[in-house]
Design a protein around this ligand. Structure first.
Ligand code: UD1
Length: 359
């Protein structure tokens, strides 16, 4: 039976999505930030997503509708086997993984174990069950400190921390398995900086503990959970001295996955292809803060600090390849990203949970 559509979510945002052909798509990490938005866009596009999570329960407001399987750790191969034995999946979108850069420096084995061993297990079980279509969450982190911008998919790759290396290694593993078995069709999506939330305000980003990324931190300052944003460096060679990134609305990013899936199913020879998902526009930290202040009407107090080790100066995407081959292009700008982020934050100041005594 096709899952029911979440009632509280407007369909309007997805009108431009072609209805899917009812593919059975397994989504690992489907309750995470990008995963939950993608599951929603899949439902709206007519695919039949199944997802599981080990990190948290599905978003509370959508839990009755959420196509969830019992919590499974992708390192548990037996459990993976059972899932694949019970359903024939047409494709997998693989989000599950750890993603905190700082934590990965202190616990590299945890990252290699979770991200790499988990992915190898998944690929082995997929292969054994003849499911050889994959969309993988990679990251712009594989461009390291790019020598020039915009970053094109052909740039040399590097990583400056264990988290980044897991993305790099998994990309290489995917290229190798395709060489060994051309039946595989794999799309590697390199995300730039996903921000914002679903415009319904029902799902958004809710990092555990201290937020590492800019916009979750800004959001927590706006709702009074943190006193000020620390700006990491104002001496870069950029217009206002602060770091420049390519922020992309999470709904646009999720739609990029639908486009990737459509490509996997359109009969073309794919092999193992990589695409940037960004807007192609760079925005500084101060510009982003100003846009958020405008959208929220809240002042964000700033503390200027030194550069964060490992941070690049300017990173933004070339979007030409995704536009041409995936027929996908980001629709939203930073105003919409900040509007929707604030909508989610103001409706859910404590994210999915209750006030954390440690906050
Ligand atoms: C970071 C990760 C990257 C990961 C990406 C996921 C690092 C070094 N890189 O990228 O591997 O794929 O998140 O989205 O962590 N900033 C502040 N104050 C803050 C937080 C951030 O000024 O409290 C600045 C940063 O210096 C940077 C910009 O905001 O200039 C964006 O930072 P962030 O959101 O952490 O993303 P990235 O560093 O691009």
């Amino acid at each position: 039976m096709r899952p029911k559509r979440p009632p509280a979510i407007s369909r309007s945002l997805s009108e431009s999505l072609r209805a899917g052909d009812g593919e059975d798509v397994l989504v690992t990490g489907g309750a995470g930030y990008i995963g939950s938005h993608t599951v929603l866009q899949l439902l709206l596009a007519g695919s039949r997503p199944s997802s599981w999570t080990t990190s948290r329960t599905p978003p509370r407001s959508l839990s009755r509708e959420w196509p969830s399987l019992p919590g499974i750790d992708i390192r548990d191969k037996e459990a993976l086997e059972k899932v694949f034995a019970s359903t024939t999946f047409d494709a997998v979108i693989h989000f599950a993984g750890l993603k905190a850069v700082g934590e990965s420096v202190h616990k590299p084995l945890l990252y290699y174990n979770n991200n790499i061993i988990g992915t190898i297990n998944l690929l082995e079980v997929m292969s054994a069950h003849g499911c050889k279509k994959l969309v993988f969450s990679s990251s712009a982190t594989v461009y390291g400190w790019p020598k020039e911008v915009p970053c094109t998919e052909e740039f040399d790759l590097s990583a400056t921390n264990p988290y980044g290396r897991t993305k790099l290694f998994i990309e290489e593993i995917c290229r190798d398995i395709h060489i060994s078995d051309p039946d595989w069709s794999i799309i590697l999506l390199r995300y730039f900086n996903p921000v914002g939330a679903h415009p319904s305000g029902h799902i958004g980003e809710d990092p555990r503990g201290f937020p590492n990324n800019l916009m979750p931190f800004v959001q927590q300052v706006a709702v009074g959970r943190r006193p000020a944003l620390t700006v990491f460096g104002n001496d870069y060679s950029t217009n206002d001295g602060t770091g420049v990134r390519d922020y992309i609305h999470v709904v646009d990013l999720s739609d990029g996955h639908i486009s990737a899936l459509q490509k996997l199913f359109d009969g073309s020879e794919i092999g193992c292809e990589v695409y940037n998902l960004g807007t192609g526009k760079g925005t500084s930290v101060l510009e982003m803060v100003a846009a958020f202040e405008k959208a929220s009407g809240k002042e964000i107090p700033l503390v200027i600090a030194g550069r964060r080790p490992g941070d690049a100066e300017i990173v933004y995407a070339s979007t030409a390849k995704a536009e041409k081959e995936l027929h996908w292009k980001a629709k939203y700008g930073i105003e919409e990203m900040c509007r929707d982020q604030w909508n989610w934050a103001s409706m859910n100041p404590w994210g999915y949970g209750c006030p954390d005594p440690a906050d």
